[in-house]
Design a protein around this ligand. Structure first.
Ligand SMILES: *Cc1c(COP(=O)(O)O)cnc(C)c1O
Length: 347
């Protein structure tokens, strides 16, 4: 593995980051006449903490990682974009991703004018480790893995992921957006052993907070520091910081939701098996189920017409005729099943 600092674009290495009023003085009790804020309309008149210290202290406790190993972004999308901007010279460097996987890796590559190399998963949706390493060259800065993977739903073998982390010369970005729903252990703690590993997690799925936009990146201090130099100074607004702080106190609530959704997932899988227009239900470690169906688009349209919306993934590589179904509340899953029965009756 190369030294992390040497992987950073030269302009970013040289960057003198913006220094905000709250950077220069961050004490709590004072007469604040330094940031040109309006003195009225407290507490919203004040700029939020640019480093989200209170929130990070809580996240640090829950996740068992030090605060300086945590970066918070406006959704996971923000650290994804920032990783490109920090490590990839537009028109020169490249990144490698698995295919099929989350669409944002490609969109962020296109926005940043960075070549993206896609390596197909194996037929059973596992990592093709040799092909991934072969796709890399000295200009490959990032390697995106997503486990459990979207849209396939499964976890990858940990040995394979570790082989990639050890064998890749750049930064491995492991997206664990769905890890709470998986039986497999998170690789979060491995950031201690591998300074080139970035683990992404989010408050959008298991925590039920997609609306407040809060994503987490965990990594070595070198990476976290450079991400915070490049982000907008006040990237996480006050309302999001407060709401996340409040909800995070109730880890048990999140765990109850996860347990319930895993039970519902199993029920849904069992019941979906009964439909003979569903050919295959892929194993899932996430809060959604990928199924292969006869005339996927027709089923999708039928359900839309009945106001049940699932995701048509039939045009995605290795996912011909596939539909992706999010596990909902019990009543929503019942609704889906009853509409599928209605569809069956039309055949
Ligand atoms: C949903 C999802 C996320 C979460 O994105 P946010 O911007 O944090 O809402 C990240 N990665 C994958 C693969 C996802 O499916």
């Amino acid at each position: 593995m190369k030294d992390i600092k040497s992987l950073i674009r030269t302009n970013i290495q040289k960057l003198k980051p913006y220094s905000s009023a709250r950077d220069e003085y961050s004490g709590a009790e004072a007469v604040f006449l330094d940031a040109n804020e309006n003195p009225f309309n407290a507490p919203y008149n004040r700029y939020p903490d640019p480093y989200q210290r209170k929130l990070k202290a809580e996240i640090s406790k829950i996740k068992g990682v030090p605060e300086d190993a945590i970066f918070l972004g406006n959704g996971s999308d923000e650290p994804i974009d920032l990783l490109y901007r920090v490590f990839c010279e537009p028109g020169v460097d490249n990144v490698v991703m698995i295919d099929p996987s989350y669409g944002m890796y490609q969109v962020a590559a296109d926005i940043n004018n960075v070549e993206i190399r896609k390596v197909l998963l194996t037929d059973d949706f596992q990592l093709d480790v040799d092909a991934l390493l072969k796709a890399c060259d000295e200009k490959s800065k990032l390697l995106f893995i997503c486990s459990p993977n979207n849209p396939t739903g499964n976890c990858f073998q940990q040995d394979d992921m570790l082989t990639l982390i050890e064998g890749f010369e750049g930064i491995v970005v492991l997206d664990e957006a769905y890890i709470d729903f998986a039986p497999d252990q998170s690789l979060l703690k491995k950031i201690q052993d591998y300074p080139n590993l970035v683990v992404l997690q989010t408050f959008s799925k298991a925590w039920g907070m997609a609306g407040i936009r809060l994503g987490m990146a965990f990594a070595s201090v070198d990476i976290i520091t450079v991400l915070s130099h490049v982000k907008y100074p006040y990237n996480i607004n006050m309302l999001t910081q407060q709401k996340a702080f409040e909800l995070i106190q109730n880890v048990q609530q999140k765990e109850e939701w996860v347990d319930l959704l895993i039970k519902e997932r199993k029920l849904l899988v069992d019941k979906l098996k009964a439909f003979n227009f569903i050919y295959k239900i892929y194993p899932t470690d996430s809060n959604f189920i990928l199924v292969k169906a006869k005339e996927a688009r027709v089923i999708y349209d039928f359900l839309v017409d009945k106001q049940v919306i699932i995701r048509d993934r039939s045009k995605v590589v290795l996912c011909d005729d596939c539909l992706r179904i999010t596990v909902g509340a019990p009543s929503e899953n019942e609704e889906l099943l009853s509409k599928l029965k209605a569809y069956e009756a039309t055949l």
